[in-house]
Design a protein around this ligand. Sequence first.
Ligand code: CS2
Length: 490
Amino acid sequence: MQLSDEYLTQHATLVANLGIAIPNYDRRKLEVGIVHLGLGAFHRSHQAVFNEEVLNLTGDLRWGICAVAFSNEQLKNQINAQDGLYTNVRCGKEQNFQIVGCIKQALVASKQMQEILETLALPSVKLVSLTVTEKGYCLNEAGELDINSANVQHDIKHVLEPKTAIGILVAGFYVRFLKSQSAFNVIACDNLPHNGDKLKKATVALANEIRPELARWIEANAHFPNTMVDCITPKTEVTTVSAVETNCRFNDSVPVQREPFAQWVIEDIPGIERPQWEKAGVTFTSDVAGFEKAKLRILNGTHSALAYIGSLLSIDTVYNAINNTQIKAFISGLLEHEIIPSIDAPVGLDLADYAKAILERYDNPSIRHLLNQIAADGSIKIPVRTLEPIKENLATGRSIERLSIVVAAWIRFIVSSVEQQTEISDPKKQQMQVVVRGFSGDSKQDVAAFLSIEGIVEKDLLANPKFVDSVVQAYSEIDSFLASLANTQL
Ligand code: CS2
């Protein structure tokens, strides 16, 4: 039988006997206090689970979630068919199953904008959170709203029928502004440094194109705290669905699988009305930047390194890549010599211990995290994860040799995808294909052409010969570097 409220009522004893955690609050009385943009697995494995814990602990029913998918109507229908319920599968030494109930309703932006705007205008809605991936922020290489993008231009002309997440935020603010309601606050939950600051700037910039007073109103009334989010969440697979069926004895079309570890650090801004997330272990601090930088460079940075190097060696998962002795040695050197020295540790965080714990998290045989998933959107991820530390290392005279190998491996990965005609998942896919098809075989020319694709490398860095030469060197040696790593499983 399908998971639903009715199922839980009718099979309460069976579910309890199986040791499955269920919502212990009255879901029928849940109000919508949060609108979440981005109904993917990460929201459901991370923020929704923290939120669920607070609902379970406090019974404060103001904080139900209305979750918005952008175009995945099927996902929206599947969640609603289960009354918003889904299973969170924690994959550690054992599998542990929890039914999460804090999503009250799902909507899809491509078809239900009117309802979404009505929900955003509800007085009960105090927060809008987002997991829209890095590319969802519509930023250019300088980290500002990419005003020239077609979707942003669309949102300027069709304010109440927006396509982008930024456009939805602006439309939501606009509706509240016109009704003289209070503004909601916005919690960015994607892997970008200063995610809240950047989102606020982009939202205000878009609003300014539409109505300058609206921009000023948002600027004065809405908070966008910066956050750091962390929880390894591979895509849901058929095996996730069948594990739920076998262990829980009901059908769930939309479970999520994640590692046991999860962390959420939010900038502490007084006056934001929100759930008592600290009761679920969320850290509120004035130094999010330190946590963000540490996580983005140590975890996401090594993730991208593993994704490109591993994929080029035909390795499929993070677990298999980190269990190759030579790859692990490379990652350890990268961390020790070039990544950790680029970070000012936030108070109380020992970066070497933090990095060690992350490598241990990768070594989890119950998590099948596909390198292919991580390899997507390199043109947006590499600048944050790899080019930023390169820039800072260059400024202070530290080594960039290993970081350059990561950039070279990314370029080689794209080249090999073009050669083998495999799908490239990246917003700059077309530009990259054109450039790579024009490659001459001369590393210097080819690397220069690739790095010059608009919107990837900041102008100052591109003009720095130390950077370009280092990537050229790494690229010209990348095949022998890869060969030196091959066939060395632990
Ligand atoms: C990964 C992240 O896909 C990727 O780019 O690096 O999704 C990573 O798994 C999460 O940030 C972990 O918190």
